[in-house]
Each structure stands twice: as structure tokens, then as C-alpha cells.
Design a protein around this ligand. Sequence first.
Ligand SMILES: Cc1ncc(COP(=O)(O)O)c(C=O)c1O
Length: 296
Amino acid sequence: MPSAPLSLKQAATPLAQGVAWIEGELTPINEARIPLLDQGFLHSDLTYDVPAVWDGPKLQEVAASIPIPKEDIKTILVDMVAKSGIRDAYVELIVTRGLKSVRSGKLEELKNNLYLFVIPYAWISEPEEQRTGGSAIISRTVRRCPPGSMDPTVKNFQWGDLVRGLIEANDRGAMHPFLTDGDANITEGSGYNIVLIKDGVLYTPDRGVLEGISRKSVIDAAAALGYEVRLEVVPTALAYTADEILICSTAGGVMPITSLDGEHVKDGKIGPITSAIWDKYWAMHYESAYSFDIKY
Ligand SMILES: Cc1ncc(COP(=O)(O)O)c(C=O)c1O
């Protein structure tokens, strides 16, 4: 694995632990509160997005549906990042349906609420784990919530299935759960998309998953490196014969998986295609097509 820009560089300001924006006010992250009647809290009626700041001046493009102009959100977020002094940051935007009681209230009368926060960069697979590759399991106890119940392409906080997957992974001595669709096909995991690599081709599910921005970056990186990427139904069986496996998320980037259900993936080493995509992914953080500068 090549050496990486995987250090946390953080300035010591009062907001260095993180900062939240709630109803126009900036608050230190540990003091931030949401109103009890917010439907995002009561009914998980919300959506969210997570861009990242890497190495100070880089913020990945935000692609969310938000109730105030995108440019205004961008200005507020850039200001929050600058005020916090956090150089490698995890930035979250949450839009909820708004305030309503448990039952009463007409949907059309509700005003969406926007919440923003910036905290130090979060890793699904820590830098140390990324050097040797993480361990995953294919969950036996829980399937991914079907798209007919909860649209997985709308990023949401319905994490009951993903949390159960994490608990099972922990019980089975692994870090990362892979959930199936209940019909022996791979979907995604707790905050990441899954990519299998076999005979030089990348496979990732085309349905039942969040169409994550990191998955898009992996697809772009693979295309730039000349690899074929297939978006299609991905049978679980392919995971057991894959040459390489990676997971990808804004929280950690491209993360190699070298053990599945307690067995090595191929020889248990990080494969060459994963390494090449990993390098390209981090290089893309410095390309203007994928990022813009922030002045601290
Ligand atoms: C269920 C799920 N899948 C995939 C992802 C990865 O998405 P992204 O690459 O946009 O961070 C996330 C991120 O939170 C997620 O929650």
C-alpha cells in the first residue's frame, strides 16, 4: 500500500472539536441540540449528505436537495470549516421535514429544517486498518431494507438493519457487515458501498443501494485507469471468489477488505487494482473537477 495523506491535521481553536449550525446560530458540536418535535428525530423523516474537506483547502461538491439556495449553504459551510480550523473535516447537511407533533399537522404546512455540522474527519476503516485491509462478513441475520420500504438512493437515518449488521460483524470478530437483498445478492454496508473485483473487472450493485459519491469517484478512477466497471446485480457468491474487495465512503475513502467471513480474500493481501484506485481517489482530491479551495 502506498504511503497516504492519512494524518489528522487539526488546529487548536474553540471549535476544533466541531461546530454545528442550527437556526442560523453556530454552536460547539458538543453543545448542539435539536428540537424534540423535529420529524427527523421523531420519524426519521429527513435526508442528509456528507461532503468532506481534505488537506485544508478541499471541499467535495455538495449534491443535495436543500431548502435554501445551494450557494448560501456553501458559504455557511466554508465559513464553519474556516472558523473551526479543522483541516481534514467531515461535513454533514441534514434536511428534516420540520416541526410537527406526533400526529397532528398538515405535511404541506411544515417548514423544512436545515442542520449543518463540521467535525474532524471520520474513518469507517482507520488508516492503520487500511494498510493491511479490513475484515468483513456477509450478514446471516439481517437483510438490507428493501427499496419498496425505504428508498436507499435517498440518504437516510433508517439504520436499524445496518446497526444489526454491525452487531453481527462484531459478534463474528469482524469490522464491516455486507448486507444482502435477501435473494443472495450483495447490497451495501453500514455507511459504505461495496465493490468486488474479479479478473480485472469491477462489480458493484446497480440497485438497492445508495448511489454514493465515493462509488462514483471509484467508477471515475477505474475508468481513468482503464478498468471495466459493471453496475449490475452482484451475486453474493461472487464475493467468495473475488480477487479483491473494497468498500468506499466519504468517511474513509477507498478501503480495502482482505478478509471475508474469516477467510482471506484471494491471498489476503491488498490487490493491485485496489491500490491503484486508492492512489487515484486521493489524487482526485486535488483536482479542480472534484474540489475547490477554502481560505482559512
Ligand atoms: C448506506 C450507505 N451506503 C453508502 C454510503 C457511501 O456514500 P458516500 O460515498 O456518498 O459517502 C453511505 C454513506 O453514508 C451510506 O450511508
